[in-house]
Structures are given as structure tokens and as C-alpha cells.
Design a protein around this ligand. Structure first.
Ligand SMILES: Nc1ncnc2c1ncn2[C@@H]1O[C@H](COP(=O)(O)OP(=O)(O)O)[C@@H](O)[C@H]1O
Ligand SMILES: [Mg+2]
Length: 366
């Protein structure tokens, strides 16, 4: 997917802006507070109808506007065109239009425009809670496996029903048995799809990582959320009393995690902060490669504050990888010079200057 034309109004400090980004590399520079992250946030909003910095939409809407509205003309992988408009007002009401038709499903929107974020927040992938790693994993599975969304929804629903039953003073055994059955069946499916995905991701990740940093002993593995030797039903049977005491289901895909190790040690305990960032970049770029391989679909990369996050050598290595991916990339930095990596002469590169919420295209200087 490539954004060919973009119109943003009502997002943070950005003045209404219309621009035609490069189908490949877009560089935005400007001082702190100029509006660079806000611009990336506008693209993120177009893809997911949510803010990038807050769970609430209110802070994202410009102080003097009633709604945030982002419209884009998008080129599809088959060369088709898609007109996408997303808006949200101060009451958080969402409007999503695809080629003029209103759609209600956020999942449908997300499928159209896969976006990968590389920003200070995403560097928490390794150190953050398992939930962040599950979200990373499920992003990948969702985009390469059509069946995943339905299985995942079944899982969430059965888990909710089961947890609610567990909290009743007297449990209706038949209902619990029925929900256990549904929960196990959805769990097997979600687990299978996640396993398949990780199996495909691993070699791509190893290859990508080796182009960023030499960490040959680093391994990525997947924990499914329950004992590998036992069926989930067995575990539910044996832990029912404890589940009741706690009021929720302990084992299952809702506990899945990704593990990164160096030898027998947790990678987090061994790697420097900078090395962790590179591992995260490799994971995110590997997902983009896999998406391109599996679906002929290209995601859009939003890379915020590149110059502040990586040293010049690794910045260059990351830019090289992003360039090789052949997808559309938006990279921000405070200095124009810091973004002037020696891009291949055939790669279309556009440079934009961001100043007090205004975005102007400016020439690329070598
Ligand atoms: N809802 C809003 N309306 C108007 N301005 C806002 C809003 N939210 C944040 N801002 C301002 O937008 C400016 C741009 O922020 P940001 O995009 O993070 O800058 P940069 O990434 O270039 O450092 C900041 O000065 C901030 O105070
Ligand atoms: Mg910023």
C-alpha cells in the first residue's frame, strides 16, 4: 500500500496540509515541537482510527477544531486506487469511508493499511509486558492469515464468558463445560496460527538482524500460554479451583509470549539499550518482509526521531534495510543532515520541512 495523496486537518498543531508523498522514502525534519510526530500520528490515525500517543482521541484533535480528519488516496498492490477517509470528533465518534462507503469495522480498516511504527515507545517491545509482544505477534498473524481475526474474536468471547462464570457463587456445570469447549477449540486455532507465523518469521528475523548487528546467539521462541506437554482441557480441569479463587482463567493463549534469549539468558539482561533497539527494528522489518512475501502487501513504516534513537552507523544500516524493503517510509529527525543517508539514486526520496505545524516540501541535498 502506498499513500499517493494525503490531506490532514484538525490533528494537533498541524495546519491543514495537503501533500503528495514519495511512494518510497519521505524525510521530515524540523525542530522539537514543530509537528513531526503529529504528522506520523495523522498517518497512524488513517490506518487505525486511533491516536498514537493516547488511548483517548481528545488530545489529538487540534485545540481549535471539532474533529480530526485524514483523507488519502492509496495505491493498492495490484495498482488499483482506494480513497480512504477517517475522522473522529470530540465525542470520539468515528467515521470511516472507503471509496465513499461507510464502514464500521476497525479491523477492515486495519487490513487496508498495515502500518509499522518504529519510535521510542515501540522500543519497549522487549522490556514491556507480554501483552506488547502478543500485540506484535498478532499484528503479523492478522495480516497474513485471514482466518485469524475470527478465531481471535471467538477466543476473546469464550474467555470473557468463562471468566464471568468462574466468578458466580454457584457454577452451572453445563455452561462451564460448553464454554470450556469453545475456549479450547478457539485456543487451538489461535495457537496454531501463531506457531505457523513464528516459524515463518524466525528465518526472516535472523537474516534481517544479521544486517543490523552481529548477535548470532540470539534466539526467538514462542510460548503458547500453557504447558507444551498437556492439552489445554486437562489444564483447565486441574486448575478449576484456582481459576475460581482468582476469578479468571490462568492458562491459555491470553498468556502467550515471545522470548528472546542469548544462550540461556534473557536477552533483556544481556543487551545494551542500543542493541535492544536494533533487535526491535529487526523484528519490525522482518514482519514487513514476511507480509510482502506472503501477501504481496507492503506496509508503511513510520520511523520517529531517527537521529535521536540510533547512532550514525546503525541509522545507516536501518535506512538500508528500509530502502531494500521497497515500501513507503516516513522518517523524522531534528536535523536535515541526519536524514541525508546516501539513498540509492533510483530510490524516490522526498524531503519535507516541518515548522510551526506547517509542512513544506524542500529539496534533497546530497
Ligand atoms: N491538540 C492539540 N492542538 C494543538 N496543538 C497541540 C495539540 N496537542 C499537542 N499540540 C502541540 O503540537 C506541537 C507539536 O508536537 P509534536 O508533533 O510532538 O512535535 P515534534 O514531534 O516535531 O517534536 C507541540 O508543541 C504540542 O504542544
Ligand atoms: Mg516528536
Amino acid at each position: 500500500m502506498t499513500i499517493r495523496h494525503l490531506r490532514v486537518t484538525g490533528v494537533r498543531n498541524l495546519a491543514p496540509v495537503t501533500l503528495d508523498p514519495s511512494p518510497r522514502i519521505n524525510l521530515l525534519y524540523g525542530y522539537n515541537g514543530s509537528g513531526k510526530t503529529s504528522f506520523l500520528e495523522a498517518i497512524h490515525f488513517l490506518a487505525l482510527a486511533r491516536s498514537l500517543r493516547s488511548t483517548r482521541i481528545q488530545p489529538m484533535i487540534s485545540h481549535d477544531q471539532e474533529q480530526a480528519l485524514v483523507f488519502a488516496r492509496i495505491e493498492t498492490p495490484t495498482g488499483g486506487e482506494l480513497n480512504l477517509g477517517v475522522s473522529r470528533n470530540r465525542h470520539a465518534e468515528v467515521q470511516i469511508r472507503i471509496n465513499g462507503d461507510s464502514i464500521r469495522s476497525m479491523a477492515e480498516l486495519a487490513r487496508h493499511l498495515p502500518v509499522q511504527l518504529i519510535n521510542p515507545e515501540s522500543f519497549r517491545l522487549l522490556e514491556g509486558s507480554p501483552k506488547i509482544r502478543r500485540q506484535f505477534l498478532d499484528w503479523g498473524v492478522f495480516h497474513v492469515e485471514q482466518a485469524f481475526l475470527h478465531a481471535w474474536q471467538r477466543l476473546q468471547n469464550s474467555l470473557k464468558q468463562r471468566n464471568s462464570l468462574l466468578r458466580h457463587a454457584i457454577i452451572d456445570a453445563n455452561s462451564l463445560q460448553a464454554w470450556d469447549h469453545e475456549f479450547c477449540s478457539a485456543s487451538e486455532l489461535v495457537d496454531q496460527l501463531r506457531q505457523d507465523y513464528i516459524r515463518r518469521l524466525k528465518p526472516v528475523f535472523t537474516d534481517t538482524l544479521s544486517q543490523l548487528i552481529q548477535l548470532p546467539d540470539l534466539t526467538l521462541s514462542y510460548y503458547r500460554g500453557w504447558d507444551r506437554e498437556k492439552s489445554l482441557q486437562e489444564i483447565l480441569d486441574s486448575s478449576r479451583q484456582r481459576d475460581r479463587t482468582l476469578g479468571h482463567t490462568q492458562a491459555g493463549p491470553q498468556r502467550a509470549d515471545l522470548r528472546l534469549r542469548i544462550g540461556s539468558q534473557n536477552a533483556l539482561d544481556v543487551l545494551s539499550r542500543g542493541q535492544q533497539k536494533l533487535v526491535v527494528c529487526a523484528l519490525k522489518i522482518a514482519q514487513g518482509h514476511l507480509l510482502a512475501q506472503a501477501m504481496q502487501q507492503r506496509c508503511i513504516y513510520l520511523v520517529d526521531d531517527l537521529t535521536a534513537e540510533l547512532d550514525p552507523v546503525h541509522r545507516k544500516a536501518l535506512c538500508r534495510l528500509l530502502e531494500q524493503l521497497q515500501c513507503q517510509v516516513f522518517i523524522t529527525g531534528t536535523e536535515q543532515a541526519g536524514l541525508n543517508f546516501d539513498w540509492h539514486q533510483e530510490t524516490p526520496v522526498s524531503m519535507f520541512h516541518v515548522e510551526h505545524g506547517h509542512i513544506q516540501e524542500s529539496g534533497v541535498t546530497a
